[in-house]
Every structure is written in structure tokens, then in C-alpha cells.
Design a protein around this ligand. Structure first.
Ligand SMILES: [Fe+2]
Length: 290
């Protein structure tokens, strides 16, 4: 069914409520009016000049070390969450997105069990967030949806939110929630901070898939080599110890079962390959290209 996103005004923000009612139970929410950036100074030129670090360039964004100054500051509640013991935080936990109007990201969920807090800085975006309890079909071993451009989110099949973010909104995208994002403004820029719960959440099919894939990547390195762009040595930068703890409940039978399930999606992937590749290329091409 189509769900209604909760919105909290920053002026009435209470950290414990936010943390216990949304972050811990992994329920999407928007905090509105978080103007921790200087709207006059954060221009596309400023973003390009300060965040186009080629060594941190990813498929559709630039990773960054934390930036916290008078032009772009980290909201206090984000700092508090990143500092918590139960989360693993990578060395460069900030991501900056900047895309032109019309850009659409292929629906996907973020790998390595990332939880994202995404702040709209310039422009507007339309988000479709799909629950990991009713996941989209996945590309084999990957985190992207195996769906075409004409895909329709049927409310009888999928639980999803469909909403628009405006400057000052901070959207929480919990682990394993699929997101398809449409850039609506002329220029659209977002700051995003990511962290990973140290304990995996196996309460949904995608949470189970994550730990099974971790076990596969660890046990059969050829899977890792063939399907994943990043090194697996430290679980995407969140820490080596997570590789062990994430997959500790997964036995060999479960792991092989996952391998077979992933292989079953290959025929459909081959049929859709051209379309999926062109969407991935668009995502890449539009990175900071405004
Ligand atoms: Fe994402």
C-alpha cells in the first residue's frame, strides 16, 4: 500500500523520540527545516569546487570526509547518531549528490547495510521508498532493482512512500529500503551521511539476503570479484569485524541456497541488460553535471 511519510518540524525536534521511534525501528521519516547550510553560499560552483575529489568519485555521487563549517554544517542529531557505539562509520561517511532536472536514479538499496540521512540543499527531489518487507526483484548479487523504465509500484503488491523533499528536509533512508529518486529542480544537490548498524537486521527478506551475500563474498571470493566493485576486506570501510559478525548465523546450506536464488534471476537480467546498462550510464553521466 501507499504509505504516508511522517514529518517532524526541526523547531519541535526531540532527539530521543526521533531516535527511538524512527532510527532504531528503521522507519523512514523527514525532519523539516534543517537549515544547517548557507543557502547563499552553497551554489553549484561551490559544490563542484569543494567536493569534486576524483579519488572519491563514485557511480552517482562524490564521497567526502565529514565537512562541518559555517557554509555546510552537520546537523547535531546526525553527529549524535554517527557517534553512537552501535553504529560503524566509514572513513568518508559523507556523500554529495548534484544532478540536473530530469535525472532519475535506478531503484536500488544501499549496499553494506547503510542507513542514510539525506539533506536536500538545493532543488527538490521526488522519492519512492519501498519497504524491504515487499522488496523489488533484485539484479543477481547486486543491490539494484531488476525493473524496467515502465515499472509501476502496484499498491497491492508493494509498501512504499512517494513524497517530495525540499531544501532543509533531512530524509532518513533505513537499511535495505529501495529508493528511486527523481530530480525535479533545475539543479538538485543533497548532502548525505551514512552509517551501518553493527548488528544485521534479519527481520526482512532483504536483511537475510544481505548476510547471506556477506557469507558468499567471504567464502567464495570469485563472487566478490565478479559482482562487486569494492574491496571486501573491510565491508565497505565500516570495519573488518563486521564481515565476521554479519554472517555468523549463516551456514553453508543457507549460503548455497542464496547462490542458487541469485542465479535464478540471470535470464531476466540478460533480457533487460541493455536497458539496465543505459540507466546506470545516465546515473554516472549526471554526477555533478549541472
Ligand atoms: Fe542509494
Amino acid at each position: 500500500m501507499k504509505l504516508e511519510i511522517d514529518r517532524i518540524a526541526y523547531s519541535e525536534f526531540d532527539f530521543d523520540t526521533y531516535f527511538n521511534e524512527y532510527i532504531v525501528p528503521k522507519k523512514p521519516v523527514i525532519v523539516e527545516g534543517v537549515f544547517t547550510f548557507d543557502s547563499d553560499k552553497v551554489t553549484p560552483e561551490y559544490v563542484k569546487e569543494n567536493f569534486s575529489n576524483e579519488s572519491k568519485k563514485e557511480l552517482g555521487w562524490f564521497d567526502s570526509d565529514l565537512v562541518d563549517n559555517e557554509i555546510i554544517a552537520i546537523p547535531d542529531f546526525v553527529k549524535k547518531i554517527l557517534a553512537r557505539e552501535e553504529y560503524a562509520v566509514r572513513k568518508s561517511p559523507m556523500r554529495v549528490f548534484m544532478q540536473p532536472q530530469g535525472h532519475i536514479t535506478l531503484p536500488h538499496y544501499d549496499g553494506n547495510s547503510l542507513h542514510g540521512l539525506n539533506q536536500q540543499v538545493i532543488g527538490e527531489k521526488r522519492w519512492i521508498l519501498t519497504s524491504p518487507k515487499t522488496p523489488l526483484p533484485c539484479m543477481p548479487f547486486m543491490y539494484a532493482g531488476l525493473v524496467g523504465r515502465d515499472f509501476v509500484y502496484a499498491p497491492e503488491k508493494y509498501d512504499f512512500y512517494d513524497f517530495i523533499s525540499k531544501p532543509g528536509d533531512v530524509v532518513s533512508i533505513p537499511p535495505y529500503w529501495f529508493h528511486e529518486v527523481h530530480s525535479l529542480g533545475k539543479v538538485n544537490c543533497n548532502a548525505n551521511w551514512v552509517f551501518t548498524p553493527k548488528k544485521p537486521d534479519e527481520s526482512t527478506g532483504l536483511g537475510k539476503r544481505e548476510v547471506e551475500i556477506v557469507k558468499l563474498r567471504k567464502t567464495w571470493p570469485f563472487v566478490n570479484k565478479a559482482f562487486f566493485p569494492d574491496e571486501f576486506s573491510n565491508y565497505g570501510g565500516q570495519g573488518e569485524e563486521l564481515i565476521k559478525t554479519y554472517s555468523e548465523n549463516v551456514g553453508m546450506t543457507r549460503m548455497v541456497g542464496r547462490f542458487v536464488k541469485e542465479l535464478a534471476a540471470f535470464p531476466k537480467t540478460i533480457l533487460m541488460a541493455k536497458q539496465l546498462r543505459s540507466r546506470a550510464d545516465e546515473f554516472k553521466k549526471n554526477n555533478f553535471n549541472v
